[in-house]
Write a protein that binds this ligand. Structure first.
Ligand SMILES: NC(=O)c1ccc[n+]([C@@H]2O[C@H](COP(=O)([O-])OP(=O)(O)OC[C@H]3O[C@@H](n4cnc5c(N)ncnc54)[C@H](O)[C@@H]3O)[C@@H](O)[C@H]2O)c1
Length: 268
């Protein structure tokens, strides 16, 4: 890992207290970036920030934010600028899932998932872009990175709302790339498949609760056997390389792309 690859990049990451957000924060800072870890869970985000600061390359701060609130997104951007002087990259990673079969979806399930996964991405992109535009074109290219999913591309019978929300992330990536190019802002994203994180551990249990799987662990096994070309699930460390590429100058000539990091699920 090049400890200078992301030097000079100041990066806001939402949902950074654990899972892939935390892994990316750690990886970015190890490559010289300064990172602002935004999360509902301030204690866990602060703990991650302390760990990053103790490692001694890029600096880290933590902020409490509810990504579904515009004011919290604006405040997280402001905190990043106050701590590090500017913002160069926004990684919109906060997300959740709550499986339901189609006829069992209710308004609460719909609103919860669409608000956190899609509406919040739009708010985060807009508030971050507002600051980037104010900083001026010469400071770019600035980068917005959206976290999609295999569910951005494949219909899955047990998670209709999650699919709807993540197809929305793909649309935000495409439309954002069109709208923001004139400001020297690129918009790209990446789309994982199965990543072992607290989100998937909960999903694994919920799939048994709704009767889609008979026992915990079965969903992993079924997906590896039936859907993946690379015959294993993934871990946050499988994701950080692509996220780092999208945050780095190596991706400067890319916009409007969603890269699948899903063990080949998307071609199944
Ligand atoms: N784990 C997977 O297999 C997988 C696969 C494809 C896509 N994804 C996507 O990757 C992203 C990260 O997922 P993960 O598996 O690391 O999840 P995770 O549950 O491990 O971490 C998500 C983080 O987001 C935070 N968060 C949730 N709601 C929030 C809110 N309203 N405001 C602020 N923070 C909030 C949580 O506190 C948590 O720290 C999500 O967008 C998810 O949809 C995950």
């Amino acid at each position: 890992m090049d400890p200078e690859r992301l030097k000079g990049k100041n990066i806001l990451i939402t949902g950074a207290a654990r899972g892939m957000g935390a892994a990316n924060a750690e990886a970015f800072a190890a490559q010289g970036a300064n990172v602002c870890l935004g999360d509902l869970d301030l204690d866990a985000a602060q703990e991650m920030a302390n760990r990053i600061n103790a490692a001694g390359n890029g600096r880290a701060i933590a902020v409490r934010m509810d990504v579904t609130k515009r004011a919290d997104n604006a405040a997280a951007v402001a905190a990043t600028v106050e701590a590090f002087g500017s913002i160069n990259v926004g990684l919109f990673n906060a997300g959740l899932n709550k499986p339901r079969f189609f006829m069992d979806i209710d308004e609460d399930n719909w609103d919860l998932i669409m608000d956190v996964n899609t509406k919040a991405m739009w708010l985060g992109m807009q508030e971050t872009a507002r600051q980037m535009i104010a900083q001026g074109k010469d400071g770019g290219p600035y980068k917005l990175i959206n976290v999609g999913s295999i569910a951005s591309r494949k219909p899955l019978i047990d998670v209709t709302v999650y699919c709807t929300s993540k197809y929305g992330c793909l649309a935000l990536t495409h439309c954002g790339a069109l709208a923001l190019a004139e400001h020297n802002i690129t918009v790209n994203g990446y789309a994982p498949g199965v990543v072992v994180t607290p989100l998937w551990e909960q999903l694994d249990k919920d799939l048994v609760d709704i009767g889609f799987k008979d026992r915990e662990g079965q969903a992993y096994e079924d997906i590896v056997r039936d859907a993946l070309q690379i015959k294993r699930v993934s871990y946050p460390d499988d994701i950080t390389g692509t996220a780092s590429f999208l945050a780095s100058k190596d991706s400067d000539y890319m916009t409007g792309q969603m890269i699948h990091i899903d063990g080949g699920w998307c071609i199944q």
